[in-house]
Design a protein. Structure first.
Lengths: 207, 1302
């Protein structure tokens, strides 16, 4: 995987249970909405061919289980991800609050090469519903505070913004690809950063 | 301890006589205790090698003329034997002396001792004296607590560095230990079961590997398989305990449960028999699918008459309190389960058949006869059955509370939502039904049917819809649970319905429409309502599981075929018996089984394994296979047939089918380049599986229509049986599960540790490896301490643990189930937070400051670090504290030490205590008690001191102390001790408001600080009303200050008059400083505080929003804090008593005697402190202090510190290291100058201070301390934490010294 020119993008969809991850994926891939999905256990998986910058790439979309106790399984899916889609439900404030922990958890478990600039996309789903509780402004603020994560408000049911959001996802993932030289797929988990600090410590003691 | 008298001929070899009388000798074994002669060594070795291990003391009876002696008593301790000796002295000596005949004497003695022996043994535990000796030796060698019970010991050889060591292998409930004594060389090894990573056996050798990669091998000449099984079993129990109850990870065992089984006289230790019985019981339960409460009572060989084949079949009858079971010797030939309560009669029968004698016939309530023959012990069996029948407990529906909830039980949904089959399929169903009816006729129906291979064949073909409920209930064992708990389900449903606002219920509600959406039954309220009730009731029954996604999917299928109560019990049996731990936190059971599957793939499909492993596919895809028994991946109608088999076969079928799925796709999988491709291959295949015999038109899920049909589910099952059915046995799966349970739990730890290390990778002190080691040792020590605590608790209150499954948790919604933070991560770090005890152990084992004995530095450091006063340090705090202490940062370390000796932490009371001789280590209880003591004294003192206005002038120093205190008591949960200490050092600190309110909760103390210059000192006498007014006013103001983040802010506030105070009243009031000490809100609380810092104190509401401690900044990232906004944090000056202790600590830490240089430095500092008294206004004094301190390195200048210190250049020249300090000091001085200007203008000279107490500043201290080369050297040494940890681990492993009892 490391050597061939990557025409494959791995996208992970994360978010609380029942925010619409599966529906978003299916709306995007199959252009269909159904309220007949079973809760996702473990993970589900779809692929779609997309054209980005005149290049045809295969997008592998991994849809994950939202319940907390499945999170420890995440590491199996996260590795080698090119983009991470964080989904929350605009009618469920808790699902918005949990974005933080989803993001942190992903960064820790996937350990991307450049965690600061790893492409995330945030989707506020179910905007078709009336009882909206998380304001656009609040969501945007959060996204800005996290290194300007692109933010879309979507409705998997109505198909609002889904196509556009995933286009952005594909684009950002591909840019990330271009920027990061493919060294290895799975960087060493331990970074011995303390070396940087050591010299300054020593300074203090030259007395 | 008296023993059965034994004749001995040789009495002196190996023994030394300690006491003797005319007829008795008390002897001590050589080689025990302190004696160190060659003889002792030899005897010790012989004992160790020969495994004789006699008790170290014994009493012999002998008569002068006889050569024969009798051993009549043995003792493990001297006290014990002396007690026996004294008894002899009191009771026998005189009697025997009166006797004339020596034979008479001997007879009398023997008789007497025998009666004593039997008398004593009646109320005994049933252990042989031999075993008692072993137990006590085990405890003694390994310093194990009383509660740690020895299971058995074996003679074993341990090969270390290729040298074999003969010794004893001790297996206790939580440890494997080895002891060997060879010619004065003692070897001890302790291995905890919970930390075993691998257990294997080849021949007579048992290999063990622990989680920190230590390997051991023990060769046992005898009983190696018994020892191995025992280790496996205890390890399994330990790991399960870790999974189920991580807070009390110690295996404890209540022997009474199992003692009935195999209670026949046996030489084996009670606990060993017990554990064996437990193991047997478990196998029995699993095989017959009996409820978890069933305990096997015994088994007996017998033949069963099978009417369908008209012959007798050999096997065993198994009895348990509620069941009579039979299992044939030939695997799967026939088995029977008869509930005891259905047995109507048991009759003896003798029809003269020679070959089949000793028959009994059992009639069940349905008048079905079961005939058994060739029963060895017929009478025993019959009496046993009668006994069990008489004790049978018929459960009655409990009286239950009435809830105002109306609901009715939903019957099987399929009755309402009938599936429209095509004529073809309908015909097939009817045929199947007919075949089942035939079967019932031959083999019986209901629980007590003959279970044979025929029934498997029928099941594999698919159970007709009408029979599914019945068959599922019987084979899953759910029926037993249901019958034993009548009314429980209704009760749970109603209780659950009363719970509002519950996280679990929200989760359930969200998933209800996402369970089996394609089925019309779950598109309307009937199905949804029933599903909700079942899931909520189960969450209530088993709060440990609560609700896990996938349970909804499985339950919805149950509900289609069963009424809702049955569905509930099927779910219970699924979660508790069939798929153990699957739905727990982290779906741990399913993860374990993934490991098992992985290993099975490795053995059975070895060519594929490596490829799949590289892709990581198995981990990814199989979790849903396990959790939903394929329902979520295969079409509903196909998965039903797998479910049919599942209830009969258990988890085995999942493995078989999984292997078959992978096998079938072998070629395609081998071609896959990445995980996505492999996923697609399997997905396509699984979605294409169809069931031609159960086609439900119209297919609803359109996504699945697109897929081409791949294979019928019948073929899949059939192939799975033929290819893997034989090789996969329940036993093998259990063995593999044991192994992977260890590995999975270990993997969780590894993952956690990796994550935490990553999160702290940026810390200033440790690198990744060091962090890993620290985490490991924290985990180990926590386990260590917890086990001690748990065992101590156990002995304190002999409470038997209530079974967890009973629904006595009235509201799981409150008890943690709802507290689960979605998004996780919370538990991860918690697992590595340490309380004071762990901190103390680590501190005293790992850090160089452990040498300090006169001051309990550890406690101070803990309090300083524990900013929120929670009694717990998280890992980040811990590494900051340890990092600094172990680092080579000389100045920072001295600073920290200085701070640790400042009053809030090192209180006056404590200084006094250190003057009194006191034991270094004491119990928590003592400490708490003492604290209370102190508090009482102090409280009375300070209250008395209240009205007296002070002659003591308050200086900036004191002020700083108080502010520091105020903050520190927030952060350290500081005791009344401290507060009172404060009030004593500053006698005019008055407790405003009624003294009586002291004892009231939430009373607020106003600390009145007279700022002296403008005669405002008189204000202390101001009227109460006035005071109160100002008090209120001030309170508002200072509360806001209270939230400032550090003391420098406070310092600034002190100097600068508050900008907000515009009124005249406020201007005067600004001289008055108030301390709002509301955090110490309750006096009774205060007395507990010292103790509370040692306990986990969850209640930190009052303090957690408070500001960080002023002094604690040292423990933040030091680099950051130094550069952060260039703020100088003010550290209060130190008083003499504290300083003296500080100096003592330094000497102790250095571990040397004070040399000339140090003495000189010490005197300089004392001098300096003196000259700090009575100083000019604080502008000078501050500058003075800071710069004077740095000037101290010139011995002549320090004698005269009042010289204007305007030459910072000269000092910087000399003290490069202090440059920064100086600059800060200058900055402060400058800041103060402006302040003074301002404030002098306004007439309030808050900055003017005088001091008449001895004190030194931190800079003075550090500068002087640095003049001593040896101090610098000692404090510049970097401590290799890894080395220290390794040493500690070694110490623990080898039992070099034990901290089990901290």
């Amino acid at each position: 995987m490391a050597t061939r020119k990557k025409s494959l993008l791995k996208v992970i969809i994360l978010g609380d249970s029942s925010v619409g991850k599966t529906s978003l994926m299916n709306q995007y891939v199959n252009k269909r909405f159904s309220n007949q999905y079973k809760a996702t256990i473990g993970a589900d998986f779809c692929t779609k061919e997309v054209v980005v910058h005149d290049r045809v790439v295969t997008m592998q979309i991994w849809d994950t289980a939202g319940q907390e106790r499945f999170q420890s399984l995440g590491v199996a899916f996260y590795r080698g991800a090119d983009c991470c889609v964080l989904v929350y439900d605009v009618t469920a404030p808790n699902s918005f609050k949990n974005l933080d922990s989803w993001r942190d958890e992903f960064l820790i478990q996937a350990s991307p090469r450049d965690p600061e600039h790893f492409p995330f996309v945030v989707l506020g789903n179910k905007v078709d519903l009336d009882n909206r509780q998380v304001s656009t402004r609040r969501a945007q603020q959060w996204c800005q505070s996290k290194n300007d994560i692109p933010y879309y408000e979507t409705s998997a049911k109505e198909g609002i913004n889904v196509e556009m959001a995933f286009q952005t996802i594909a684009k950002n993932a591909l840019e990330q690809e271009a920027e990061a030289e493919l060294i290895n797929d799975f960087p060493d988990q331990l970074r011995l950063n303390s070396e940087n600090n050591r010299p300054s410590n020593a300074d203090n003691c030259q007395c | 301890m008296w023993i059965q008298p034994k004749e001995l001929l040789l009495t002196s070899a190996f023994w030394t006589t300690e006491m003797y009388s005319k007829y008795f000798v008390l002897q001590k074994r050589r080689g025990t205790g302190e004696s160190r002669g060659f003889g002792s060594m030899l005897v010790g070795t012989i004992d160790s090698v020969m495994n004789t291990k006699p008790a170290p003391y014994r009493i012999l009876h002998q008569t002068p003329s006889s050569e024969v002696s009798y051993e009549i008593a043995i003792g493990i301790t001297q006290d014990e034997i002396v007690k026996d000796w004294e008894w002899l002295q009191a009771n026998l000596f005189s009697v025997l002396n009166e006797m004339e005949n020596e034979d008479e004497v001997t007879n009398f003695t023997i008789c007497k001792i025998q009666s004593l022996f039997t008398q004593n043994n009646q109320d005994d535990t049933g252990e042989s004296p031999d075993f008692k000796v072993k137990t006590s030796q085990f405890r003694q060698f390994f310093k194990m607590p009383e509660e740690e019970r020895l299971v058995n010991s074996y003679s074993a050889t341990y090969v270390k560095n290729k040298i074999p060591r003969q010794g004893q292998l001790y297996i206790s409930l939580n440890h494997v230990c080895f002891y060997s004594y060879m010619l004065s060389q003692e070897i001890k090894r302790i291995i905890r079961f919970a930390e075993l990573e691998d257990i294997s056996r080849s021949g007579n050798t048992i290999y063990l590997k622990t989680t920190n990669n230590m390997t051991y091998n023990f060769t046992l000449l005898f009983n190696s398989s018994e020892a191995h099984d025992l280790i496996e079993q205890l390890n399994k129990m330990a790991i399960q305990k870790l999974i189920h109850d991580p807070e009390s990870p110690v295996v404890d065992h209540d022997p009474s449960n199992y003692s009935r089984y195999g209670a026949k006289a046996s030489k084996k230790p009670v606990l060993l028999r017990d554990l064996t019985a437990r193991q047997k019981s478990e196998e029995f339960r699993v095989y017959f699918r009996l409820p978890q409460t069933e305990i096997i009572d015994g088994k007996i060989k017998a033949d069963i008459w099978t009417p369908y084949s008209k012959r007798f079949n050999a096997g065993y009858i198994y009895l348990s309190p509620n069941f009579f079971c039979f299992r044939s010797d030939v695997k799967d030939l026939v088995s029977v389960v008869i509930p005891m309560k259905t047995i109507k009669s048991v009759e003896k029968k003798d029809d003269g058949h020679q070959r089949y004698d000793n028959q009994i016939v059992i009639f069940t309530s349905e008048n079905v006869p079961f005939m058994f023959a060739k029963i060895m012990d017929r009478e025993v069996l019959i009496s046993k059955i009668t006994d069990l029948l008489s004790r049978i407990h018929v459960p009655i529906s409990r009286e239950r509370a009435k809830y105002d909830i109306s609901w009715s039980k939903q019957t099987a949904l399929l009755n309402t939502f009938k599936t429209q089959f095509s004529a073809d399929i309908q015909k097939k169903q009817e045929q199947k039904l007919a075949r089942w009816e035939d079967h019932f006729r031959d083999f019986g129906r209901g629980i007590a049917m003959f279970r044979t291979t025929d029934v498997i064949n029928l099941i594999v073909e698919g159970i007709p819809d009408k029979l599914r409920q019945e068959i599922w209930l019987i084979f899953s064992g759910a029926i037993h649970d249901k019958e034993m708990n009548p009314g429980l389900y209704e009760d749970l449903v109603e209780k659950a319905a009363c719970i509002k606002d519950c996280f679990v219920h929200d989760e359930i509600d969200r998933d209800l429409p996402r369970s089996l959406p394609e089925h019309p039954a779950f598109q309307c309220t009937d199905g949804i309502g029933a599903l909700r009730r079942v899931l909520q009731a189960y969450a209530l029954r088993n709060p440990q599981v609560g609700y896990c996604q996938a349970m909804n999917i499985v339950s919805s299928v149950f509900l289609l075929f069963c009424d809702e109560e049955n569905a509930f019990w099927m779910l219970a049996s699924l979660c508790e018996n069939l798929l153990p731990d699957y739905y727990k936190d982290k779906v741990v059971g399913a993860q374990i089984d993934q490991g098992v599957l992985n290993e099975l793939v490795e053995t059975h499909l070895s060519d594929l394994h490596e490829h799949l492993e590289r892709l990581g596919v198995i981990k990814m895809i199989s979790i849903s296979w396990f959790l939903t028994i394929f329902i979520s991946v295969i079409s509903y109608e196909s998965s039903l047939q797998i479910l049919d088999c599942f209830f009969y076969e258990g988890a085995k079928i999942i493995f078989m089918i999984s292997l078959q799925i992978i096998e079938w796709n072998r070629d395609k999988l081998l071609k896959c380049q990445d995980d996505g491709e492999a996923m697609l291959v399997l997905q396509t295949y699984l979605e294409g599986i169809y069931n031609p015999e159960y086609q439900v038109p119209p297919p609803t899920d359109k996504r699945k229509l697109d897929r081409p049909q791949t294979q019928t589910v019948q073929t899949l099952i059939h192939e799975a049986y033929t290819k893997f059915g034989e090789e996969l046995t329940q036993q093998r799966i259990e063995e593999l599960r044991n192994k992977h349970r260890r590995l999975t739990v270990r993997q969780f730890d590894i993952d956690n540790e990796k994550t935490i290390v990553k999160a702290h990778a940026q810390n200033a002190y440790f690198n990744g490896q060091e962090l890993h080691m620290l985490l490991t040792i924290i985990r180990e020590e926590k386990l260590n301490l917890k086990s001690v605590q748990q065992q101590q608790q156990k002995t304190q209150c002999h409470m038997s643990e209530a079974p967890q499954l009973l629904p006595h948790h009235t509201s799981p919604s409150r008890s943690g189930v709802c507290d689960i933070m979605p998004g996780g991560g919370s538990g991860r770090h918690e697992a590595y937070s340490v309380n004071f005890e762990v901190f103390h152990t680590l501190f005293s084992e790992l850090t160089p400051w452990r040498k300090c004995v006169s001051v309990d530095i550890c406690e101070k450091l803990f309090r300083l670090t524990d900013k929120k006063g929670t009694g717990q340090l998280d890992f980040g705090q811990l590494i900051n504290a340890f990092g600094l202490v172990c680092s080579a940062k000389c100045i920072e370390k001295l600073k920290l030490l200085f701070v640790l000796h400042l009053p809030p932490l090192l209180s006056k009371a404590e200084i006094e205590r250190t003057r009194r001789p006191r034991p270094r280590i004491k119990d928590d209880a003592d400490e708490a008690f003492e604290a209370e003591d102190f508090f009482d004294e102090d409280a009375s003192e300070s209250i008395e001191a209240l009205p007296s206005p002070s002659d003591h002038n308050f200086d900036a120093d004191d002020y700083a102390l108080i502010t520091a205190t105020q903050h520190l008591h927030n952060l350290a949960g500081i005791s009344g001790n401290t507060f009172m200490d404060l009030s004593r050092t500053t006698p005019n600190l008055s407790l405003n408001s009624n003294a009586s309110s002291l004892a009231q909760r939430n009373s607020t103390f106003y600390v009145d600080l007279p700022a002296p210059l403008q005669g405002t000192a008189t204000r202390t006498d101001a009227g109460q009303d006035d005071d109160n007014d100002i008090g209120l006013h001030q309170q508002g103001r200072y509360e806001s200050i209270d939230t400032f983040s550090d003391i420098s802010d406070l310092g600034a506030a002190r100097i600068t008059p508050p900008q907000t105070s515009t009124t005249a009243a406020a201007a005067t009031a600004s001289d008055q400083l108030l301390l709002n000490v509301e955090t110490i809100s309750n006096f009774s609380q205060i007395s507990d505080l010292v103790a509370a810092t040692r306990l986990d104190r969850a209640d930190s509401n009052a303090t957690d929003t408070r500001s960080l401690g002023s002094l604690g900044y040292l423990l933040d990232q030091p680099d950051e804090s130094a550069s952060a906004s260039g703020k100088h944090r003010h550290i209060p000056h130190m008083r003499k008593e504290n300083f003296q202790l500080l100096w003592r600590s330094i000497i102790e830490i250095m571990g040397c005697v004070q040399d000339e240089e140090m003495r000189c430095a010490y005197e300089n500092l004392i001098e300096m402190g003196n000259s700090n008294i009575k100083k000019e206004p604080s502008l000078e004094s501050f500058t003075q202090l800071n710069l004077g301190g740095s000037g101290d390195e010139q011995p002549d200048s320090n004698g005269n510190p009042t010289t204007p210190a305007a030459e910072p250049s000269s000092t910087t020249r000399l003290f490069v290291a202090l440059e920064e300090e100086l600059r800060q000091a200058k900055a402060e001085a400058a800041g103060m100058a402006t302040t003074t200007n301002n404030s002098s203008g306004s007439g309030s000279s808050s900055a003017t201070n005088t001091s008449d107490a001895w004190h030194i500043s931190i800079n003075q201290f550090i500068a002087t301390a640095l003049t001593c080369e040896c101090v610098v050297k000692a404090f510049q040494t970097h401590t290799e934490i890894v080395e220290q940890i390794e040493q500690l681990q070694k110490k623990r492993r080898k039992c070099l010294s034990t901290n089990y009892n901290y």
